[in-house]
Design a protein around this ligand. Structure first.
Ligand code: ZN
Length: 512
């Protein structure tokens, strides 16, 4: 057979094989969505068996040695591949290696530790009993260190784990942008603390009828551009967004009738994730490039709609008439200014998921430092509570009184997710870089937002971010969309401008 025909045949084979992998992944996503929303409680163990079988089939399909041979042949023809084909080969290699490099015993041990770990963690957290969680943590760290050794890394074992969530990102790069962000954030926090404005968000803790919360959330998600013909909004205890193909995107939220922010900003956030999934292009479906570029890029989309748009003055100038009509009783005369200040209150707090835009990243940096230390052995797991509390004192000036409010608050470490946390902050940083690049291309953005027209913004995100799937690595994507490298500078300026206005001080360097 001529070489060109062989190459076509190999590419077709790759698409068939990895198309099935994509199908199985999406079936798994559907099972997981169902488990977190509508599955009857009693079905837990049956579902666990079904999921385990699916994972087994997926593992078998992926680690088939024929995949390795196929990839080697295609890698040998690299110069004849289109950029899309090259990306498919690179992504398939990544997925294949991730499974093939790990011994089965280690994969099983990790998955057992994850299942048991989450149960033990939930109980330990409930009872404020770090000692109960310690063996799970110790075992997690050991297994993850072993995993990093198998996957391989250049400088720090953390690189191997972090790369799984954020392809192409390294510990050194994270350290650098976090360093930039930390100093600026702490300076800003000082100025906010010293400002004469009192932080008051009591308005948000009034009674907010759940059905109206849902109605308003659905209206806004639709106005942003979330397509309910190709998606759903349901309830879940721990809200999330799940793509099951670009025509079936499910987002979830949780309603608290005594705190409007949970569902309000939760829906904006998940709709941002959901619009990304809906924007993945048809022609990449069932290919290895048909998924989101990374967790950070995903988070840049959710944070952009939740915070940069959803907590902005322009957006609320548009949304206020409808909001105050629906919630006239809850608001009882409170006006737009009071509401804007309440949703943008900055106050150091202990719980990451409830943190404001300014302090949020400090919570992430604390976890990043602790993860590095756990992994390289400089922090013994038994000493985690002390190290945690010390960093909260240094960064946020507060100390948790219990481990439940401290190092036991997040599920991640019990589920073996080390290297994941930085993606939240990287996403924040990207969100501002992207919005600034868009604003340059679309100077009328603020007027459009005040008129409730988000179409040009969404179209830009579609063409600059969503449509690429994972053809571009995250950093290339940022470069191609914004013309700059990943940079915390724009995020810092955004915070200084916004909170300078809200808290009544001029941005730094403005010596008036
Ligand atoms: Zn998110």
């Amino acid at each position: 057979m001529p070489r060109a025909d062989e190459l076509r045949k190999d590419l077709e084979e790759l698409r068939t094989r990895f198309g099935q992998v994509a199908d199985l992944n999406q079936i798994g996503s559907l099972l997981s969505w169902d488990q977190q929303t509508f599955m009857p409680d009693a079905a837990g163990s049956q579902r666990a068996q079904q999921s385990a079988t699916l994972v087994g089939i997926l593992h078998e399909k992926l680690t088939d040695p024929a995949n390795g041979q196929l990839l080697e042949r295609l890698e040998g023809e690299a110069e004849r591949l289109s950029p899309l084909e090259a990306a498919e080969v690179r992504l398939a290699r990544r997925e294949y290696d991730r499974y093939a490099k790990l011994p089965v015993q280690l994969v099983e041990a990790l998955s057992r530790n994850e299942a048991e770990g989450q149960q033990v963690w939930a109980a330990a957290r409930q009872e404020n009993d770090f000692g109960r969680f310690l063996p799970v943590l110790r075992r997690s760290v050991e297994l993850l260190r072993e995993k990093a050794e198998h996957l391989g890394y250049e400088h720090h074992p953390y690189d191997a784990l972090h790369d799984e969530y954020e392809p192409g990102s390294s510990t050194a790069q994270v350290r650098e942008v976090f360093g930039q962000l930390r100093e600026a954030t702490m300076r800003l926090l000082d100025r906010i603390r010293n400002s004469s404005h009192a932080a008051d968000d009591s308005l948000l803790h009034r009674y907010w009828p759940e059905d109206l919360q849902e109605q308003f959330g659905r209206e806004v998600a639709g106005q942003f551009g979330f397509d309910f013909q190709r998606g759903r909004l349901d309830r879940a205890v721990h809200p999330f967004a799940q793509g099951i193909g670009n025509r079936d995107v499910r987002i979830t939220t949780r309603y608290d009738r005594n705190f409007i922010s949970t569902a309000l900003f939760g829906i904006f956030h998940e709709a941002g994730h959901g619009m990304y999934e809906q924007g993945l292009p048809d022609e990449l479906q069932r290919t290895m490039a048909g998924e989101a570029a990374s967790l950070a890029v995903h988070e840049s989309q959710s944070r952009l709609w939740e915070n940069l748009i959803g907590r902005s003055r322009s957006f609320w100038q548009f949304a206020w008439p409808r909001f105050s009509e629906l919630f006239s009783e809850s608001l009882a005369g409170a006006g737009l200014e009071e509401f804007l200040r309440a949703i943008n209150v900055v106050t150091p707090s202990l719980i990451r998921v409830e943190a404001d835009e300014v302090t949020y990243n400090l919570h992430i940096m604390i976890r990043f430092e602790l993860e590095l230390a756990l992994l390289d052995g400089s922090l013994d797991p038994a000493d985690l509570p002390g190290a945690w509390n010390g960093l909260y004192r240094d960064y946020l000036g507060i100390t948790p009184e219990t481990d439940t409010l401290g190092c036991l608050q997040d599920v991640h470490w019990s589920a073996g997710l080390l290297g994941y946390f930085p993606t939240y902050s990287l996403g924040n940083i990207m969100s501002v870089q992207l919005l600034e690049a868009h604003r340059t291309a679309n100077p009328g953005l603020e007027d459009q937002i005040r008129a409730g027209d988000f179409s040009r913004l969404l179209a830009w995100l579609r063409s600059e971010v969503h449509t690429h799937g994972s053809v571009l690595e995250p950093r290339e994507l940022v470069r191609s969309a914004t013309g700059s490298e990943l940079d915390a500078g724009p995020y810092v300026r955004y915070l200084e401008d916004k909170y300078g206005e809200l808290y009544g001080f001029a941005p730094e360097g403005d010596n008036q």
